[in-house]
Design a binder for this molecule. Structure first.
Ligand code: FE2
Length: 87
């Protein structure tokens, strides 16, 4: 499976949000490296849980970032983020 890569085109704030996105790419790449998924069910479950928890925390930070900037699309983005978490 191909790996995800950080590029400067993804840069948002040169701070916490970028650090979060880099970490999310790292977690996604860990998952992409899992092979023989039938025999790695427990590792896959741990990776999915790790990704879910990291995304959830990231969305909280990203919401605060959007509010601080008074980002015009903050309401619809917030709804989409919550929806993607199944909330
Ligand atoms: Fe994000």
């Amino acid at each position: 499976m191909s790996r995800f890569e950080w590029t400067e085109a993804l840069e948002i704030d040169k701070g916490q949000i970028d650090a979060d996105h880099k970490k999310l790419i790292e977690i996604a790449n860990e998952m992409a490296c899992l092979d023989d998924l039938e025999n790695q069910g427990e590792e896959l479950r741990r990776s999915i849980r790790k990704l879910y928890e990291y995304v959830k925390n990231h969305f909280t930070r990203e919401e605060a970032f959007m509010l601080a900037l008074d980002y015009p699309g903050k309401q619809s983005t917030r709804i989409n983020m919550r929806r993607s978490l199944g909330e």
